[in-house]
Design a protein around this ligand. Structure first.
Ligand SMILES: Nc1nc2c(c(=O)[nH]1)N[C@H]1C(S)=C(S)[C@@H](COP(=O)(O)OP(=O)(O)OC[C@H]3O[C@@H](n4cnc5c(=O)[nH]c(N)nc54)[C@H](O)[C@@H]3O)O[C@H]1N2
Ligand SMILES: Nc1nc2c(c(=O)[nH]1)N[C@H]1C(S)=C(S)[C@@H](COP(=O)(O)OP(=O)(O)OC[C@H]3O[C@@H](n4cnc5c(=O)[nH]c(N)nc54)[C@H](O)[C@@H]3O)O[C@H]1N2
Ligand SMILES: [Mo]
Length: 832
């Protein structure tokens, strides 16, 4: 009975006794952190001090130089019309170093200067040799010719094949700003044009956000989390499952305020115990002096099942909570105890799968049950084969601990992302440009990747109880993402990308996706245009003016201008712009928010005053700092039921049972991934490759700046490899190595470190793709893009998410002459 152990015990004394008793002594030696050094802060006044540190912001300087980015808001320093520096906005609680790479990025050599068309496509159009994509030279054309060409192709494809043959599934990490939202603008134009095939879902969290609504009625991943101040005050133990808060909180979908950093400082000072379950020793684990549980990748479900087994057999679980707030525990129990499949999920059983010692697992279970425990799930644990299971099992574990809805207890799925857990301000919602209606209703589960769609017209796939049939795609239009960086299994993508008749890309830079396009249109950076945004995703404490700082470089235009001009050519320009220009739209978003604010009795200055000042700040109420996720549900589950069919947490789902999927059973289940260290394929490819998000980039963004010098090894993307694995292969720190499997190969720079467990290597996603034979399937990436070896497979029939972290490879020292990196050079240009 988890929480009951604590009855009558003062929490701080309790925590000290846990630390003093050396709970860590049960950990296997190799997994030991230096927990003993953690000191419990004196309780007196501490809470108030932490609260103050979390409230801090400022000083705020009114400025017409304020603008914003995924890395934070800042003032642009401009001299002689040139951006020379950036200074963080006062509302940023912990500015990140990546911000300083922005000036260099604006003037990067890899910028697309003019509209460009692939030579063969310019000559032959749809009859061009499509295997030349990514290989052929480009020809500069005028904007008029480029826009005529795009409009003509859209008309032609629509007339010959219908609107569903146009794929506008592009989404992802285009720049911040409520107007210059490239994928939304693309959809807006194509919606008015009669429609397009869209995608559904989310590359980041597809598995979690598809399974969790069946479990808790919410997607969880982007929802408001139990607030950090509540955790700092109440939590005894934080358990991280593949969550690297220090690394991943640096960025935000909207400009981040980095609230998580003072919060983590407070966690550290307050001496909250932290366990990090991760094949890598993360920055977060190091900062918080966490115990490191270095499991085999993709085995979290087995680990959590064994923890659940221990909780059950040692009667450390909360039976009353399970009865009142959940359904289906009995069925799950049959599985847990092995009644349904003959295999009890004991720590000994899990130790074989996870390579975490059984004693460590038991100890972890007891520690979880001893005090107030918060389970924090990252997202890499669900970007893997059967990625639905880990989030479901994590919620099940939290339910057994019985602390869901208590201050500082339960679970959360976004503490590592955009400062999830920051309290929400009392502020209006800033709207943005809308995509409008799409007359074509087909949407494919994007997260599975586009290759399957392009290669298999007419194929029907399962998706969350539905069937989706792929249309025959003839035209691909991508604006605001970098598919040749981010999609799994690049060599399959190269083949798939040869199928459509036309490919069009808008970007700022000559990314690999731009190099693989037929028509390439150059786009401005945020610094070359005006916009507006809120800061940040969870706090929503400011509305920010994003002022244009410098004139557009070369012939770059904003996506808004481009799509407006295309809409003109296609006959619906007025509908697209609604008669508003850039500033007209920005003003309208602001005025709309101002109306809401008035209804909320909040005051906002008129637009012109706002634009001069640069920001409006909103109050964060005390109640938000005490927010406890599922607090209301816990208080009264009948009055505040969850959005599941039973109104409770579903440990067993009848809905999923009815789907009858072989790869997603109706309760959390350990299922062997397609590739993992315990599987048959590990004989041939004995290393598990994980591809975390980069510490000093946003995916591929910023790789084309000086910041690359901070992490590259021998001019390549680094690969973390354990000293034993390196030694066994004759690999030394700094060597250029070749990572390969049956799907492809890449070069990388060896970074030999015991921060990654044996049998696992780690390469951050997003290094610019640099094929030694451009355009050719199977080419070697000279620079280190990890998706040359990843697998293009759905997590299951339920979510069809990607399985980025389910990959086996081998690695060897690269013996040939090391090729020069050319990823950041513009492609060869032919004379027009
Ligand atoms: N192996 C592996 N692969 C992964 C992942 C992983 O964990 N492992 N993670 C996946 C995840 S979660 C994600 S979200 C994706 C991210 O994949 P992407 O979002 O595609 O990655 P970015 O590199 O951020 O690409 C954004 C592109 O938009 C361009 N851009 C910026 N501003 C503008 C603009 O205003 N207009 C236009 N037209 N373009 C603009 C940038 O220059 C850049 O090329 O990667 C996925 N891929
Ligand atoms: N600096 C920076 N921050 C970012 C981004 C970025 O590009 N750069 N991208 C943002 C985006 S779009 C997203 S979706 C999020 C992604 O957020 P996440 O998906 O949570 O982030 P990752 O860095 O891929 O992985 C987090 C941790 O999971 C570990 N891990 C991998 N496989 C396993 C496993 O099987 N079990 C366990 N227990 N751990 C495992 C990795 O070693 C890593 O330490 O990050 C966001 N934050
Ligand atoms: Mo993502």
């Amino acid at each position: 009975m988890g929480s009951k152990h604590r009855k009558g015990m003062e929490r701080r004394t309790f925590l000290k006794s846990v630390l003093g008793a050396g709970a860590a002594s049960l950990m296997a030696p190799s997994l030991l952190g230096s927990r003993a050094s953690a000191q419990a802060a004196p309780a007196a006044n501490a809470a108030a001090r932490y609260a103050r540190s979390l409230d801090w912001a400022g000083p705020l300087t009114p400025s017409t130089r304020l603008t914003a980015s995924h890395w934070g808001a800042f003032l642009a320093q401009v001299e002689d019309g040139k951006l020379v520096g950036v200074k963080p906005f006062g509302g940023d609680r912990a500015p990140v170093p990546m911000l300083q790479a922005l000036p260099g990025r604006v003037y990067a050599r890899s910028r697309i200067q003019y509209p460009m068309v692939r030579e063969g496509f310019l000559k032959k159009g749809a009859r061009s040799d499509r295997s030349q994509r990514g290989a052929e030279r480009f020809v500069r054309v005028s904007w008029d010719d480029a826009l005529d060409l795009v409009a003509g192709e859209l008309e032609r494809v629509k007339a010959s094949y219908g609107n569903a043959s146009i794929f506008a599934g592009s989404l992802d990490w285009h720049s911040v700003g409520k107007l210059h939202n490239a994928p939304t603008l693309l959809r807006r134009m194509l919606g008015l044009f009669g429609g397009y095939t869209d995608n559904t879902g989310d590359f980041s969290v597809q598995a979690a956000m598809t399974i969790l609504p069946h479990v808790t009625g919410n997607i969880e991943v982007y929802d408001q989390q139990t607030a950090w101040p509540t955790i700092i005050e109440n939590t005894d133990l934080i358990v991280l499952f593949g969550a690297d808060l220090i690394k991943n909180n640096q960025i935000g979908w909207t400009p981040p305020d980095h609230y998580a950093y003072p919060a983590l400082q407070a966690v550290k000072e307050r001496g909250i115990e932290v366990v990090s379950v991760d094949p890598r020793l993360t920055d977060t684990a190091r900062f918080l002096d966490a115990d490191w549980v270095a499991l085999r990748p993709n085995t979290d479900v087995a680990l959590m099942l064994a923890i659940a087994h221990t909780l059950y057999t040692e009667k450390l679980y909360d039976e009353a909570f399970l009865k009142r707030y959940t359904v289906g525990f009995d069925k799950f129990l049959d599985y847990l105890l092995g009644k349904s499949d003959g295999q009890p999920k004991t720590p000994e059983w899990a130790a074989k799968i996870t390579e975490v010692p059984a004693a460590t697992i038991r100890d972890l279970a007891r520690r979880m049950a001893r005090g107030r425990t918060m389970l924090m799930g990252g997202w890499a644990i669900q970007r893997q084969d059967h990625g639905e299971q880990a989030p479901w099992m994590l919620v099940t574990l939290a339910a057994m601990l019985g602390q869901v809805g208590l201050p500082g207890g339960g679970f959360g799925f976004s503490y590592h992302y955009a400062s999830g857990g920051a309290p929400a301000a009392n502020a209006p919602v800033l709207s943005g440009i809308s995509a409008g209606d799409n007359p074509v209703k087909t949407a494919i589960p994007f997260a599975h990747g586009v290759s399957d769609l392009l290669l298999n017209p007419g194929k029907t796939v399962d998706y969350n109880g539905e069937k989706v049939t792929y249309p025959d795609i003839k035209l691909v239009y991508w604006a605001g993402g970098n598919p040749f960086s981010h999609q799994m299994d690049k060599n399959r993508l190269i083949q798939a990308w040869q199928r459509p008749e036309v490919t069009i890309v808008h970007d700022i830079f000559w990314t690999s996706s731009a190099k693989f396009a037929d028509i390439v249109l150059p786009v401005t950076t945020t610094l070359e245009r005006n916009d507006i945004d809120n800061m940040s995703e969870y706090t929503n404490q400011y509305i920010l003016a994003m002022h244009k700082a410098v004139d557009p470089l070369f012939e770059a235009r904003s996506d808004f201008e481009i799509f407006a001009e295309l809409s003109d050519r296609l006959g619906f320009g007025r509908k697209f712009t609604e008669g508003k220009d850039e500033m007209g739209w920005i003003r309208s978003f602001y005025e709309e928010a101002r109306k809401q604010a008035k209804a909320m009795k909040l005051s906002m200055p008129d637009f012109d005053t706002f634009w001069e000042t640069g920001y409006v700040a909103f109050p964060v109420p005390e109640s938000a700092k005490q927010y406890v996720r599922y607090g209301d549900f816990r208080k009264d589950p009948d009055l505040n039921p969850l959005g599941t069919p039973s109104g409770k947490i579903e440990i067993y789902s009848r809905t999923i049972e009815k789907f009858g999927y072989d790869d997603c059973p109706p309760h959390p289940t350990w299922l062997e991934p397609a590739e993992w260290l315990g599987g048959a394929k590990a004989k041939r490819y004995p290393l598990h490759l994980v591809s975390p998000h980069p510490k000093y980039r946003l995916h591929s963004q910023l790789d084309n700046t000086w910041i690359r010098d901070w992490y590259e090894v021998n001019e390549r993307e680094p690969v973390w490899i354990h000293p034993d694995d390196a030694r066994a292969r004759g690999i030394a720190h700094g060597d250029v190595v070749r990572i390969f499997n049956d799907r492809g190969a890449l070069l990388a720079g060896a970074y030999v470190t015991d921060r990654v467990r044996r049998g696992v290597i780690a390469v951050h996603e997003g290094a610019w793709y640099d094929p030694d034979e451009p355009g050719k399937p199977g080419a070697l990436c000279k620079h280190g893009n990890v998706n040359t070896v990843t697998m293009d497979k759905g997590t299951s029939k339920l979510a069809q998410g990607n399985v980025a972290n389910t990959v086996l490879v081998e690695i060897e020292k690269y013996e040939g002459p090391v090729p020069r990196v050319t990823a950041f050079e513009p492609p060869a240009q032919a004379q027009s």
